[in-house]
Each structure stands twice: as structure tokens, then as C-alpha cells.
Design a protein around this ligand. Structure first.
Ligand SMILES: *Cc1c(COP(=O)(O)O)cnc(C)c1O
Length: 227
């Protein structure tokens, strides 16, 4: 079985290959290592190979790791569903949040971000495949929420995030990613620089459509255990 180091190297090679194939500028796609359910020790193994940015989905689980690994100066991204009574630790301990899907949450994060920290980097999650009961705001509401977010002083709105409905075929995977890229362009907010899209099974399609941050768990750490 491949080691974490071998898998990480393979993921980096796959990113480079896709970037070359779709003529993406060097350095324009960042790797976020998704470490939900993984131990601090596994995270350190990945960090040892130069990976700084890690994504977590569950607040309680994440906080233990964030505190444990504080001496290593990692960059923490919250990417999971957000309950409104759990926003404070996210505002206090994380560098980025990708999964904000209401103005109410944005306003809470803005209030709760500590003054001694830089503004919290935020992506708005969009329900781009329009699936019922899925997280993310509807594309129709995006402009209003993004405009409001861009005016909150303790937040730095960076861009959009989506988790499209699963598709096997790369061409079909590209459609919602294209839609997300166009949705961001249509906001006419020139400071936005982040399209958080692409996971283990649809990374190539996301890079083809302009992803600037791929969120990869399984391909780096191996299959997840059930929680
Ligand atoms: C788990 C998760 C990922 C990583 O998924 P893999 O298929 O393991 O690469 C990416 N984004 C979000 C929001 C996740 O919850």
C-alpha cells in the first residue's frame, strides 16, 4: 500500500498534469488537504512534506487538532456544515471558512472574529446543482449575499465554493464548475480570487474550469473510516 508521502506526491503530480493540460498558470491551483477523521499524527506526516493548508468539517474534532498542532503554524480551513451556535470557535481558530451559506452566518462571523487576528477569509457556498436539501445558497440569492459580505469589515470575501452532485464523466463534471466560475464573474467583485472546487473524484474537471483551490482528502490520506 502506498504511504501518505507517496499519495501526496501523486496528488501533486496529478494537479500539475491537469494544470498543463488545461493551460493553467503556474501556481494558480492551491491544494487543501482535507483532514476530517484523521489524527494529528497523520496531519503532521503530510505537513512534513511541505503541505500547510488543512480542511476540517466537524468543529469539536477540529479544535483538538488545531490546538495540538498550534506550534506547527498550519493554515486551517473550515469546510463543513455550520450550525449557528458553533460559529464562535470557527471565527476564533480558523483562517478560512468555505461553507458559509447565509447572511446571518456572515454577520455572526464578522461580529465574532477577534480584533487581534486578520479578517477571516470567507467563501460563500453555492448550491450550484440546485439539489433539494443540499447546503449552499441558491444562485439567485448569491449577488445580494456576496455584496453584503464584501462590506463586512472583519471578513475578507475571497470567492465561492460548491460541492456538485456526483457525476462519473469528466465532461459532465465540468458543467457545474463552469456555472460556479460564471457565477463569480457575474458578481463583478474584482477582489474575489478563489474558486474552491474539486475533490478526489472530480479534481481534473474542476481544474479545467478554473478551480484555484482543490479540496482533497481520500487521495492523500486513503479511504476514510466511518465516524
Ligand atoms: C470530505 C470533503 C472533501 C474531500 O473529499 P475527498 O473525496 O475525500 O477528496 C472536500 N470537500 C468537502 C466539503 C468535504 O466534506
Amino acid at each position: 500500500m502506498a504511504s501518505i508521502a507517496e499519495r501526496l506526491t501523486q496528488v501533486r503530480e496529478n494537479i500539475d498534469t491537469a494544470m498543463a493540460r488545461y493551460e493553467r498558470a503556474p501556481g494558480s491551483v492551491k491544494l487543501l488537504a482535507v483532514s476530517k477523521t484523521r489524527t494529528a499524527r497523520e496531519i503532521l506526516q503530510v505537513a512534513q512534506w511541505g503541505q500547510r493548508a488543512f480542511g476540517e468539517n466537524y468543529v469539536q474534532e477540529a479544535l483538538l487538532k488545531v490546538d495540538d498542532l498550534a506550534p506547527h503554524k498550519l493554515e486551517w480551513h473550515f469546510i463543513g456544515p455550520i450550525q449557528s451556535n458553533k460559529t464562535r470557535p470557527i471565527a476564533e481558530k480558523f483562517d478560512w471558512v468555505h461553507s458559509v451559506d447565509s447572511l446571518r452566518l456572515l454577520e455572526r462571523f464578522d461580529r465574532q472574529r477577534p480584533e487581534d487576528k486578520p479578517p477571516l477569509n470567507v467563501c460563500i457556498q453555492v448550491n450550484i446543482s440546485r439539489e433539494p436539501q443540499k447546503s449552499g445558497i441558491s444562485p439567485e440569492k448569491l449577488a445580494e449575499v456576496a455584496q453584503a459580505a464584501s462590506e463586512l469589515p472583519r471578513l475578507k470575501l475571497r470567492g465561492l465554493m460548491a460541492i456538485p452532485a456526483p457525476e462519473e464523466d469528466v465532461q459532465r463534471q465540468r458543467e457545474p464548475f463552469l456555472a460556479l466560475r460564471e457565477a463569480m464573474a457575474n458578481l463583478h467583485l474584482p477582489e474575489l480570487d478563489t474558486l474552491s472546487m474539486g475533490m478526489t473524484n472530480d479534481m481534473e474537471a474542476a481544474i479545467a474550469e478554473g478551480s484555484t483551490m482543490v479540496r482533497i482528502g481520500t487521495a492523500i490520506f486513503g479511504e476514510r473510516y466511518k465516524r
